[in-house]
Design a binder for this molecule. Structure first.
Ligand SMILES: [Zn+2]
Length: 190
């Protein structure tokens, strides 16, 4: 099974379905490690792989092409990758896979455009958490603060316990020296 480290806002299950299909189509197993990160270029994928390995990195764009020139509203991350970027990602996956299998660029002949395994596969954004009301936020804050204080109190209790135990040990040593000092001074005290 392909192991995915996903550093993007895209759904890992969506990425897995695409990668599994590509690996099943082009490799004899799916035991690959794939890290998914944001591609530096908006609107295009990038990749990196190690020769004769089962390891690669795939860059997926966070925003549409030329996002820097867009209004803040248009600059927002993809809710879902458009089909041409899913195809680009499929292409990049197979390109990097070929490197993993030891191929150099001149030896690569795959054209994913003519293949079907990636078609209809969706790469969607993770669901955004539902809007939390101000009252819910205050309640969550109160619960979280109480939890933090309880944890801090328990830590301090444990620390106090440790200090008490150490103090008992060291007090015994000091008592020993006190007795010795008294004996030296003639043992006048009872
Ligand atoms: Zn390459």
């Amino acid at each position: 099974m392909v192991r995915i480290t996903n550093k993007t806002h895209y759904r890992t299950d969506d990425l897995r379905r695409l990668f599994d299909a590509g690996l099943r189509a082009h490799a004899d197993h799916t035991d690959y490690r794939i890290e998914v990160y944001y591609s530096r270029r908006s609107g295009a994928c990038s990749g990196y792989a190690w020769y004769h390995s089962t390891r690669m990195k795939l860059g997926v764009p966070r925003t549409p092409a030329g996002a820097w020139a867009l209004s803040p509203e248009e600059r927002k991350p993809f809710d879902e990758l458009p089909e041409h970027i899913v195809q680009d990602l499929a292409h990049t996956l197979i390109h990097e896979l070929c490197h993993c299998l030891g191929m150099r660029h001149g030896e690569m002949k795959v054209k994913v455009a003519h293949e079907t395994w990636w078609k209809g596969k969706r790469i969607r954004a993770r669901a955004t958490p539902k809007k939390v009301s101000a009252a819910e936020k205050r309640e969550q804050n109160a619960r979280r603060t109480l939890d933090q204080l309880d944890r801090r109190r328990d830590e301090l209790k444990a620390e106090l316990d440790r200090i008490r135990k150490r103090r008992v040990r060291w007090a015994k040593r000091v008592a020993y020296y006190d007795r010795k000092a008294r004996n030296r001074n003639g043992g006048t005290e009872a």
